[in-house]
Design a protein around this ligand. Structure first.
Ligand code: SF4
Length: 294
């Protein structure tokens, strides 16, 4: 029955909502409307293992081979439904009946799809064909594969199509990255990847904040984080001069589905805002916008 169909809410991120393989709708608190999600990891595989990750049955790995015709058909069909069908009216609360973005944000690292360049090209073409050229296409990435040629080519296409990248950057030391992101990476390597990404495409730094075993991020951890961001900005000035646009701080509003969830506790809005002030002060000279969303 129509009336028993669920309305999308900010907590409804169920990828199987529409029974499509790659495309799913989300009402996103961060995007402020309907976000058309593209999941290139239906296998729940990521090369990272973040403590706060909400992917169920997360495994280490890469995207499987993507059936691009299916992906394109799903996207074209769903955009058409949003524009001309009854989906908005029946499934979306009135205040959210606007398409905010098309986002590569699935159950793993999207840039691990080998055909990522062609996928980005097809998604941009489908968006434009629907008359939605003003809707931004976003890539939400952990940034670990930016050095690959096909990823750089895809990001250049994305930039030409008015898109942007949200680049995960949670910590400033190898130990903190290992604890939070479950991966062994030199933070300076990650910073250089951020600079490369910003040179290729408009880029936002995305940082998740929380209490760990009851403790707020320490002053020392924040100092390391700001120092490594400073280094990334210095690298960006050398690498074409395009800086990241700003920093998006966010909390763990939805529960982690990883065993590490036992360590995590959300910050209060006041705690998040006070950490945002520390980051703002630390980046004041750099001209970066810092926003916080609990
Ligand atoms: S990078 Fe994203 S998908 Fe991968 S483990 Fe972290 S939060 Fe999950």
């Amino acid at each position: 029955m129509e009336t028993t169909r669920p309305m999308l809410t900010v907590t409804d991120h169920n990828r199987s909502f529409c029974a499509m393989t790659y495309v799913y709708p989300v009402v996103s608190r961060r995007a402020g409307g309907v976000s058309v999600g593209i999941n290139l990891n239906p296998n729940n595989a990521c090369n990272w293992h973040c403590a706060y990750c909400q992917v169920p049955d997360l495994v280490r790995g890469a995207s499987p081979e993507i059936d691009m015709d299916t992906l394109e058909a799903e996207l074209r069909g769903f955009l058409d439904e949003l524009l001309h069908g009854r989906f908005m009216e029946e499934r979306v609360p009135p205040e959210a009946r606007v398409i905010r973005d098309i986002a590569f944000s699935g159950n793993g690292e999207p840039t691990s799809a080998r055909a990522f360049e062609e996928i980005v090209a097809r998604v941009l073409a489908a968006r434009d064909a629907a008359g939605l050229a003003e809707v931004p296409v976003r890539v939400i990435t952990n940034g670990s594969l930016i050095d690959r040629d096909y990823v750089q080519a895809a990001l250049a296409l994305l930039a030409a199509g008015g898109g942007e990248v949200w680049f995960k950057f949670d910590a400033g030391t190898a130990a903190d990255i290992a604890r939070i992101n479950g991966v062994d990476i030199d933070p300076r390597t990650h910073a250089r990847r951020l600079a490369r990404c910003a040179a290729l495409c408009p880029t936002w730094v995305q940082t998740c904040l929380f209490r760990w075993d009851g403790e707020l991020p320490s002053a020392e951890q924040l100092t390391h984080y700001l120092q490594i961001l400073d280094y990334a900005l210095a690298c960006a000035r050398e690498d074409g001069g395009r800086l990241p646009r700003g920093v998006l701080l966010y909390g763990v509003a939805r529960p982690s589905l990883q065993p590490e969830a036992i360590h995590l506790k959300p910050l209060t809005p006041e705690e998040l805002e006070s950490l945002a002030d520390v980051v703002r002060t630390g980046l004041k000279q750099q001209g970066l916008t810092v926003t916080a969303s609990p």
